[in-house]
Design a protein around this ligand. Structure first.
Ligand code: AMP
Ligand code: SF4
Length: 466
């Protein structure tokens, strides 16, 4: 699609299992990370023969209907789920990728976005590299292949010293697994281990699925290596770390509520976001209604702080797909109509405080305000548990073009009129910081990017490709 952006907010997993169940465990990890990407899924694993790769389009359960890859046995595997708004979903961009190099065959998968990928790609093409895909992952693979260093680990280090961006990256070779987190900790990556089994995954909910205790977060610029005996070794300072800038949107919307990031359970952060919102923007309402599912903890915190009843005023059809990435506004609205429906008897004659976690294009909010009124609500007050989303993300979270961001260039009164709410208030960036307990990246809200993004816009349009 012309003008499409290639934003990827994916999920990665690297698993070692002495009982040779790594490919199946990787599928289990991906099922737990499904919310991070529904476009494609893949697993690469090593067995006695070499490196096996299975990838496909769709949900993990569609790509691996039996719950496991065909290559059933193997002590090590990496997996990936992909989420992208790029125009045409295509198998060629589905990860992991495998590459042959003088270090042997290896598989690579990553979550995130490299802001200088286009510059690196041009340089590599100038040196004769031929690219098969439009992904940043392949840029890293070429940098590894071009390195003159002696080992794969050193080549990876040299490659990553040249890239800038937010990423969680996993690499599989016959000798072991490597997992690296970007120097600013923009994208999440955690690890866990017990006797005979170890993993590094995007979110701790995938460790729970593998019956592994969470040992900690991979630090910024740190490498975690896992050997074939499932032993973990940490290599802090593998890349020079920058100021910690964990993505606040992971807490606000993206991560699963049971995941623990930097020692904080996402569900509890969301509840505190609602509490902060109630303190900053209280409202005289009869009931509080949260937008299912991601906003329910914030609605709970909001209602409890204001001593208002929390009501389930919206029913959600779980079997309707995602509205967010549909290409046209008409399609997004139609899908929303099927997906979220007010329960008239709950809201009729009531002053409703409607709590959502974020406002991006404003499609969800304006649709729900209209439907709640049609269902008989006497007033609808919209409360958003994050600041206005005004700036595109360059570090790997799928948002949309700047022109589509309803809050870009508009003040709150104008947005309130646009969505048709009686009142509208957002949580401040300081409030988000208080709820999380530290101020990580909030660039999409504040426009203050922790990493220079010069050239990132150019990259997107060039990436659309022929
Ligand atoms: P919008 O309807 O465009 O204003 O998007 C905001 C709604 O979509 C909220 O209800 C969020 O829970 C949800 N949302 C926010 N960010 C994303 C995302 N990156 N992918 C899918 N849904 C999202
Ligand atoms: Fe997360 Fe927003 Fe920063 Fe992107 S710009 S990494 S979505 S906080």
């Amino acid at each position: 699609m012309e003008g499409a952006e290639l934003h990827e907010a994916c999920g990665v997993a690297a698993v070692a299992d002495l009982e040779e169940g790594a490919p199946q465990l990787a599928v289990q990890a991906l099922i737990s990370l499904q919310h991070r990407g529904q476009e494609s899924a893949g697993v690469a694993s090593v067995d006695g023969e070499g490196l096996q790769l299975e990838r496909g389009m769709g949900l993990v359960s569609e790509v691996f209907p039996s719950g496991r890859p065909d290559s059933r046995a193997g002590t090590m595997a990496v997996g990936h789920v992909r989420y992208s708004t790029s125009g045409s979903p295509s198998l060629e961009n589905a990860q992991p990728f495998t590459f042959r190099s003088r270090f042997g065959t290896f598989a690579l998968a990553h979550n995130g976005n490299l802001v200088n990928a286009l510059d690196l790609r041009r340089r590599l093409e100038g040196e004769g590299a031929i690219f098969q895909t439009t992904t940043d992952t392949e840029v890293v693979a070429h940098l590894i292949a071009h390195s003159r260093r002696d080992t794969l680990v050193e080549a990876l280090q040299e490659a990553l010293m040249q890239v800038r961006g937010g990423y969680a990256m996993v690499l599989l070779s016959r000798t072991g697994l490597l997992a690296v987190r970007d120097p600013l900790e923009l994208r999440p990556l955690v690890f866990g281990q017990r006797e005979g089994r170890a993993a590094a995954v995007s979110e701790s909910c995938a460790l729970t699925a593998l019956d592994l205790p969470l040992l900690g977060d991979v630090a910024g610029g740190e490498l975690v290596s896992i050997d074939p005996a499932a032993r973990i070794k940490r290599h802090p300072g593998f890349l020079p770390a920058g100021p910690r800038s964990m993505c606040s949107f992971e807490y606000i919307y993206f991560a699963r509520p049971d995941s623990v990031i930097s020692g904080r359970t996402v569900q509890m952060v969301r509840r505190r976001l609602g509490e902060e919102l109630a303190r900053e923007a209280p409202v005289d309402a009869d009931i509080v209604v949260g937008v299912p599912d991601s906003s329910l903890p914030a609605a709970e915190g909001f209602a409890r702080t204001l001593n208002l009843p929390l009501e389930q005023g919206l029913a959600k059809n779980r079997y309707v797909g995602r509205t967010f990435i549909q290409p046209s506004q008409g399609e997004r609205e139609l899908t929303l109509r099927l997906k979220l429906v007010p329960i008239a008897e709950v809201v009729v004659g009531k002053r409703v405080a409607l709590v959502d976690d974020s406002l991006v294009r404003g499609t969800t909010a304006s649709h729900l305000v209209r439907l709640l009124r049609q269902a008989g609500a006497s007033e609808v007050h919209l409360r958003i548990a994050s600041p206005p989303y005004r700036h595109p993300c360059h570090y790997g979270i799928d948002t949309s073009n700047r022109e589509e961001l309803v809050a870009a260039g508009r003040d709150e009164a104008t947005i309130a009129r646009w969505v048709g709410a009686d009142s509208l208030a957002f949580l401040s960036a300081d409030g988000v910081g208080r709820a999380i307990g530290e101020s990580g990246c909030m660039a999409c809200f504040t426009g203050r990017y922790p990493l220079s993004v010069v050239g990132a816009g150019a990259k997107r349009s060039a990436e659309v490709g022929p």
